[in-house]
Design a protein around this ligand. Structure first.
Ligand SMILES: *Cc1c(COP(=O)(O)O)cnc(C)c1O
Length: 405
């Protein structure tokens, strides 16, 4: 029998085909090897697995349900659209799935301090939640510009007991926050756990974060069969770094009849700086410790990116996505700011679910293609709820009073 996809990739050096790996400064080679060894040792041990399952059930509120989006499906005409409700996961998004896993691993390693950067604050809030649960210290590095913009998440992190370290150099946003958190980690890698927020970064993070997220796809496959009586025809998710997509895809990678779709942000146009559609416009390269497809400027540095959804504006993508594209296992599409905003209004008004702007990109894609797929089924990952976005959307674009589908 052939090995399942998930057991076949990555190889022992963290490569998905030619993508992935670990490109590290010398002081981090040892600490990453330690994390990898610990992950190998504990992740299949029953006590670790049982504790994580207990947390998922009793703290996070899993399993999250699947919802048949009847109203939108009828209005779009054609395909039946279903939603995996990760917005109902504790803290309102899928990110807690891997943050609890990373924090649990830190606990098993005897490490009591978590560190990370955050852009819009979503990863920071999820990690601060995990730290509070385990009684750990938590240090979140965040650019001063983002601290100003994302005030409610800063308040959340502080209430959860995290230390928010303002980053005041350079552009004072995510890129500088990464540098700052990285520098702090290099200073004390033995008693700190650097918790990466998606399926990106050096090995073992892309495989580790993916595996912590597979719960989404494993649940969804079973739930969908129970609800509909067969597998979905199409499975789709938005792609920033790519972890909510990998989590959902994981349930269906061995099902040849299921088509997988990733949706990236097309922002406001196709010039560099107007979008973050890495799969459409990017080229092979290496940044942040791994090899993948990335948006690069003429010097090979990370290019400026834009999306209405701050969780999607990353100039690269997890190496596994680059691989899945190269073997034609997943098709990658884009949705513009405008299409995502319309999907945000449509979901709110017609389904009674205010989605995260990130998740709205996946919905926008499905709403666009539904009419060409009569009678088929599309399962989407509704990666998060939109409470974090309502003030920005209402102030910038209004309440959607005039929006009609
Ligand atoms: C962070 C975030 C994303 C993007 O991250 P992925 O790693 O691509 O999943 C998508 N949706 C929500 C709600 C997020 O918070």
């Amino acid at each position: 029998m052939n090995k399942s996809y998930l057991k076949s990739y990555p190889d022992e050096n963290g490569y998905f085909g030619e993508y992935g790996g670990a490109f590290l400064p010398p002081p981090l080679v040892g600490p990453m090897a330690k994390i990898e060894a610990a992950y190998k040792k504990y992740s299949r041990a029953a006590d670790f697995v049982n504790e994580l399952n207990y947390i998922r059930k009793h703290f996070q509120g899993r399993p999250t349900p699947i919802h048949y989006a009847r109203n939108i499906s009828e209005k779009c005409g054609g395909a039946h659209i279903y939603l995996k409700r990760e917005d109902l996961n504790h803290t309102g998004a899928h990110k807690l799935n891997h943050c609890m896993g990373e924090a649990l691993l830190a606990k098993y390693m005897g490490i009591n301090k978590l560190i990370a950067e955050t852009g819009a604050g979503q990863h920071g809030v999820a990690l601060a939640t995990a730290a509070a649960y385990f009684g750990m210290e938590c240090e979140i590095h965040m650019g001063e510009v983002d601290i100003e913009k994302e005030h409610p998440n800063v308040v959340r992190m502080k209430l959860l007991g995290a230390t928010v370290v303002p980053v005041s150099f350079g552009g004072r946003t995510l890129k500088e926050a990464v540098d700052s958190a990285f520098a702090a980690y290099v200073d004390s890698p033995d008693d700190t756990f650097y918790a990466i927020g998606s399926v990106v970064g050096p090995h073992p993070f892309p495989v580790m974060v993916r595996n912590f997220q597979t719960v989404v796809g494993f649940e969804a496959r079973e739930q969908f069969i129970e609800m509909v009586g067969e597998l979905p025809d199409h499975v789709g998710a938005c792609v920033g770094g790519g972890c909510n997509a990998m989590g959902l895809f994981a349930g269906f990678l061995d099902d040849d009849g299921v088509k997988l779709h990733g949706v990236e942000p097309h922002g406001t146009g196709n010039e560099l700086g107007q979008h973050a559609a890495t799969m459409t416009y990017g080229t092979d390269g290496e940044m942040h410790g791994f090899k993948s497809i990335m948006l690069q400027d003429e010097n090979g540095d990370p290019a400026p990116v834009h999306s209405l959804a701050s969780g999607l504006d990353y100039p690269s993508v997890g190496p596994e996505h680059a691989f899945l594209k190269s073997i034609d296992k997943v098709e990658y599409h884009t949705a513009s700011d405008k299409a995502a905003l319309d999907a945000f209004y449509a979901m709110s008004r017609y389904e009674g679910i205010i989605p995260a702007l990130e998740s709205a990109h996946a919905v926008a894609w499905a709403m666009d293609v539904a009419k060409d797929m009569p009678g088929q089924t599309i399962l989407l990952n509704l990666s998060g709820r939109g409470d974090k976005d309502i003030d920005y959307v209402a102030a910038t674009f209004g309440h959607g009073e005039d929006y009609r589908l």
